[in-house]
Write a protein that binds this ligand. Sequence first.
Ligand SMILES: Cc1cc2nc3c(=O)[nH]c(=O)nc-3n(C[C@H](O)[C@H](O)[C@H](O)COP(=O)(O)O)c2cc1C
Length: 325
Amino acid sequence: MIPDELFLKIVRSAVKAPSVHNAQPWLFSRSDDVFFILPDFQRALPVADPQHRELFISLGCAVENAMIAARFYGYVPAFHFDSCNNRFMIELSLRKDANQAAPELFSYIRYRQTNRNLYDDITIPHDDGIALKSAVSLPGNDVTFYSGEEEIRRLTPYILDAGSIQMSDPAYRRELIHWMRFSQHEAMRKGDGLYATCMGLPPLGRTAGSFLLRNWVTAKSVEKRVRKQLDNTATMALITSAKDDPAHWIETGICFQRFALTATRLNLNHSFMNAPCQVPEVRAAMMNEMAVEGAYPQLLIRLGYSDKIAYPFRRRIHDVIITNY
Ligand SMILES: Cc1cc2nc3c(=O)[nH]c(=O)nc-3n(C[C@H](O)[C@H](O)[C@H](O)COP(=O)(O)O)c2cc1C
């Protein structure tokens, strides 16, 4: 059996992964020498993510953190994904190897964050771009960078159109409000969701916060905010995959997590502008018009330099563990 202490250490690293709406759609278990990661569909987003694409990407991010942690504690993880009759399971078989070198990215797991600040409009050094590109290393996954005003202007209509479609949909707004945590008390108590402080919103409490999101945050006001963020962005990155199914979504998550930890190591902030990958018609247009034909847009990332922000909360570790699996 994987020892208690090792199991808990790996889970603690895994849950620090990013997840869509901070829903943390994962569960963990273990057997003799296998660490299991399972999707928790009760934490799915039926409106924003009906196919579970981003749920599986989130799972992939947790898998990468778990593999890095396993290596750090002296184990070689072998990854295996199993899907049968709509049951999905990720297995990491752990083999002890005392000569394993400690992975460099381990120490950045706790510092990585989604940073929605405005960034300084400074171009990323060439060598850092190369390091980020090589982080997206699984076959079939790729990253394309868009640097400078002109290239970012090409992406802008997709970002604005998708944002406007989402914010004009009452069901999307309802789901977003459901996952918002409008005060520190609420965010800590639930241990999940989008913490207002990390979204650049004042701590309002649920009643006032819901009212504000329903009545004051409009497609127009979101567009204004997004335009300001884009005006202050020197580089965007589009992560694509060759196929569009759960196995490839998990691999995209693995690649993204390496990318995000590498960015953290380089003192580079990142945040998601993922609406164009979430709205099917905008995603299809982006595939046809942005020369990513045949490659599926999975994650659109903003990169740049800024101060750190507050960290959002995670659920209690025992709420994500299944015993007797
Ligand atoms: C697949 C995926 C999609 C995401 N999409 C968005 C997005 O469109 N906009 C956004 O602001 N954050 C997005 N996020 C970031 C999450 O909201 C963030 O990971 C979560 O709130 C936890 O915060 P942390 O990354 O700082 O730990 C996404 C994260 C993942 C893994």
